[in-house]
Write a protein that binds this ligand. Sequence first.
Ligand SMILES: [Mg+2]
Length: 380
Amino acid sequence: MTIRSATDRPSHYAAAHDTAPIAAVRADAYKIPTDAPEADGTFAWTPTTLVVVEIEAGGCTGLGYTYTDASVVPLIRETLAEVLLHEQVSRIAALTQRLWHKVRNIGRSGLCANAISALDFALWDLNATLLGVPLVQLLGGVLRERVPIYGSGGFTSYSDAQLRDQLAHWVDVDGCTAVKMKVGSDPARDPSRVKAARRAIGDAALFVDANGALTVNGALQCAERFAEYGVAWFEEPVSSDDLDGMRRVRNAAPAIMDIAAGEYAYNSDDFRRMLQAQAVDVLQADATRCGGVTGFMQASQICDAWHMPLSAHCAPALHRHLAAAAPRLRHIEWFHDHVRIESMLFDGAPKPNRGTIAPDLSRPGCGLEFKRADAEPFAL
Ligand SMILES: [Mg+2]
């Protein structure tokens, strides 16, 4: 059965929750075409692949997902599912630890981390669903009722008109107070693109993301030009693998500009190294990559210890509950590609209201239901 509201939970569910064995683990991949060609400073794409994970126990289903390659599906089905099957669903910490141990010899970052992230999220969603409470309640409860979002897209493949229309929509219609555009594929053209964006969004904060496309000196030259248009955030000016380069850009960039990175952090070691290197002003974390709910909340604790702002990267529907409970959270990235997919394929996907989204506290778990029939045309 599916429990649809946090109030219609039969009383035996909480009692049965502790011992409910995991009965099934499913993973499926879907390739969804973008609505226009998308590109950033170092990559271009026309479809996006979504991997959806479902875990069953006690008659309920937990949902998790990650945007990654379809090759994580056989990894989950053939290698990771057996770690979870027949185990007690409430033992999230033990099960997640076993998943990480299972991938020790094949490399825990990248695809393995994406797979474990989706499984971890599904475990948390399933536990909250079995208990009949919204996910945020298992994370310490609501710290903020609504979470700011910033519109994100502005792809380098867009014409200036497409760029202006998209950014202006987020400000004028969705009420965003900040928007982000891609830069770095053609640095000579970027100042005119940034100027066009500034004209379209008025006084809203303007963020740029180079996806690691630039050198340190190239990034600093761009930063000076971008500062003329009040750019307040420069994401991955150089590769975030180059922590020393990130720190050099951060030390020399105009003070109005936050340097941000963290979307390729797959575990708490990656976050710690980034902060120890003093590479960023704001740490980004992505629960679909860094270990699901467990990994994101670890990142949140690390940020707290470092007095560092935290920003959730992409997958906004999935980050809502986590963001509502994370002390230093600044905002969630309202990424065009994922917003479109989540509104198409998940019942309960958030809608922006005055530049914010909120967890749905009337639904148990993460409040999302996968629309499998709608996704079927995209199945791989
Ligand atoms: Mg980015």
